[in-house]
Ligand binder design. Structure first.
Ligand code: GUN
Length: 292
């Protein structure tokens, strides 16, 4: 292994400890306990796991969580009514609607209903719009993308002028990561399923962020020696030697790429823990905003 391992678990732990200390100080100063409402619609098993981990992480740092679940058959009006109720609840500083939503619900309208100063996931159209515009600042930045940036800033002296390649253009990760990299003055290329000569484009990257959801797609031969590689993918591959019958791998063929890259995130233990740490940070920031 030549690459330095970027340990997301350890970095996230530092962030969580900082949030826990700030929450404790708030309580001691007689200020409100930060509160996060999680809204889970339907029974997507992966979403159930994510929401449970978010609630557990809140409890560990002293943030109150309010778990709301709705059936997949809920109407658009009922879902929006729940968000409005949470908007009006002063104990709730942040509202997180777990995505993807079941078919039939209008995601944009639901996200648009969240009060801007409670949008701790940063997916409200106004926050995303501000992220995309020069001279404007969103109130909150989406959690996985801000976790990716935090890791990059720790791994490189500067992102200014570096060639950054983002694999994937999703609303949740690829697009906001690309916008954040532009804001950090990187030169950004966004790749997707129609990109020509993908391995060649990836080989131009000083910084590579892989967020396509394809197991071990990025091979060692695609990576520029010394590049910083952030792997956002979490993919299940069958593995009869594991008790659960599968193991988790990223979008990057870790064993090959670690011999070429300068630094790399593992899966699991890379970006995953950072997402939750950033959510806790955003929820604390929302509570601080509500003090004023
Ligand atoms: N689904 C996958 N990632 C996320 C996330 O960061 N936030 C929400 N709300 N849903 C997701």
């Amino acid at each position: 292994m030549t690459a330095q391992l970027i340990d997301g678990t350890a970095i996230a732990e530092q962030i969580r400890a900082g949030v826990a200390a700030d929450v404790k100080a708030r309580k001691e100063a007689g200020k409100s306990i930060p509160g996060l409402a999680t809204v889970l619609i339907g029974e997507n098993p992966a979403s159930q796991v994510y929401v449970r981990s978010k609630q557990k992480a809140c409890a560990e740092v002293g943030i109150q969580s309010f778990g709301q679940t709705l059936p997949a058959t809920v109407s658009q009006a009922e879902a929006e009514a729940l968000i409005k109720e949470l908007n009006d609840n002063p104990a709730v500083n942040g509202i997180l609607v777990q995505l993807p939503l079941p078919k039939g619900l209008d995601e944009e309208r639901i996200l648009n209903t969240i009060r801007l100063d409670k949008d701790v996931d940063g997916f409200h159209p106004v926050n995303i719009g501000r992220l995309a515009q020069k001279g404007r600042d969103p109130l909150f930045v989406p959690c996985t993308p801000s976790g990716v940036m935090y890791m990059l800033e720790k791994s490189l002296p500067s992102l200014e002028g570096v060639n950054a390649v983002v694999l994937g253009r999703s609303n949740i990760v690829g697009m906001p990561v690309a916008l954040l990299l532009v804001r950090a003055n990187a030169t950004v290329t966004i790749c997707h399923s129609r990109t020509h000569n993908l391995p060649d484009v990836v080989r131009s990257a000083d910084v590579l962020v892989a967020a396509v959801g394809k197991a071990e797609m990025v091979r060692g031969s695609w990576v520029k020696p010394g590049a910083v590689v952030i792997d956002v993918g979490i993919n299940r591959v069958e593995d009869a030697t594991r008790p659960r019958g599968y193991r988790l791998v990223g979008d990057v063929a870790f064993d090959e790429v670690k011999e070429v890259a300068g630094a790399i995130t593992p899966v699991p233990g890379g970006v995953g823990p950072m997402t939750i740490a950033m959510l806790l940070k955003n929820t604390l920031a929302a509570a601080e905003m509500s003090d004023k």
